[in-house]
Design a protein. Structure first.
Length: 315
């Protein structure tokens, strides 16, 4: 019976690692580092052999090889199982630093939540409104809570909101937003990420597909930001009640995939069309993150990767 189970394990996953000693207990790290050996040669009690064999059963998801590889125009793409910290599919240079455009705003938002209170009132300056880009329709002198301003930043991808956050963090807390963003990259051990501004307009804002999955995982740990990026649309009112805004999320996939947890789009001439998404894996099997960098169709290809992930694996 045990020999049959062992043979089944080998067929299911030839790369399963196992290490044992007939006299000593198994070391935890040995499962990761050793080669597969035949467990039937070890003089362990039958009950322990079955227990150890059960630990070798391959973990989900299983690849369904009847599903072809995705066809993606993006220069770099990645599908990452964040629950198991496992790459499910990749295309080109996962550690290549590339311009990321407005995906920059994920780190901007993360740093703001760590250094300001969500109920703080930030004032919109003439300089902020004058920032390149029309998204947000913010008004000079308008006052918004930090949480509302983060919604403008992440849903509408407003460059004005990014600049307003930078200015107010400096004026109220005497903290440099971009400096803190780059400090955070070191804390998270992001080897290929650098920020020059909080909006992503500067082409020197760069990251890699692998680094972006780490940033998205930090976003999902933050309850405020997780709530914001999930919203397909939102209405906000200025602190004095004089101005009302309606904002739609640039991530249109939220209306198509109920399992989508959120994401962020980006575009500049240097970065091309970019997008990162996080979604729930089928059968409550955790969270998957997809990254598209410099694509001809960021929305369509992100949708394709979500569909492919559901069909190309047994969850």
């Amino acid at each position: 019976m045990l020999q049959i189970l062992t043979s089944l394990l080998i067929l299911l996953n030839p790369a399963i690692a196992f290490f044992a000693s007939s006299q000593a207990p198994l070391a935890k790290d040995a499962f990761q580092e050793a080669s597969f050996v035949d467990i039937t040669n070890y003089q362990l009690p039958i009950s322990e052999q079955f227990f150890l064999a059960s630990q070798l059963l391959p973990m989900y998801p299983f690849r369904n090889w009847n599903a072809p590889e995705p066809e993606i125009t993006a220069k770099t793409a990645l599908v990452f199982d964040a629950t198991r910290q496992k790459i499910l599919w990749q295309k080109n240079g996962l550690d290549e630093a590339r311009p990321i455009a407005s995906i920059t705003k994920l780190m901007t938002a993360l740093i703001i939540t760590e250094n300001a209170k969500m109920e703080d009132i930030f004032t919109i300056s003439k300089e902020a409104v004058g920032t390149y880009g029309e998204m947000g329709n913010l008004i000079v002198g308008e006052q918004l809570t930090v949480k509302d301003l983060l919604s403008v930043l992440l849903l509408e991808s407003s460059n004005d909101a990014a600049e307003a956050l930078r200015e107010n963090l400096k004026n109220i807390y005497n903290k440099d937003l971009v400096e803190l963003m780059n400090k955070k990259t070191k804390e998270l051990n992001l080897q290929n990420t650098f920020y020059a501004d909080p909006s992503g307009l500067d082409p020197n804002n760069k990251s890699s597909a692998r680094d972006l999955t780490i940033i998205m995982q930090e976003i999902l740990k933050n309850l405020t930001l997780k709530e914001i990026i999930k919203n397909p649309a939102i209405e906000i009112v200025s602190a004095d009640g004089l101005f009302k805004h309606s904002f739609a999320n640039t991530n249109k996939l939220l209306q198509r995939f109920p399992e989508l947890l959120g994401g962020k789009t980006g575009y500049t001439e240097e970065a091309g069309s970019c997008m990162i998404t996080a979604f729930e894996a089928p059968a409550n099997q955790g969270v998957v993150i997809s990254v598209i960098m410099d694509s001809q169709n960021r929305m369509g290809e992100s949708a394709s990767l979500i569909e492919w992930t559901k069909n190309a694996f047994l969850w």
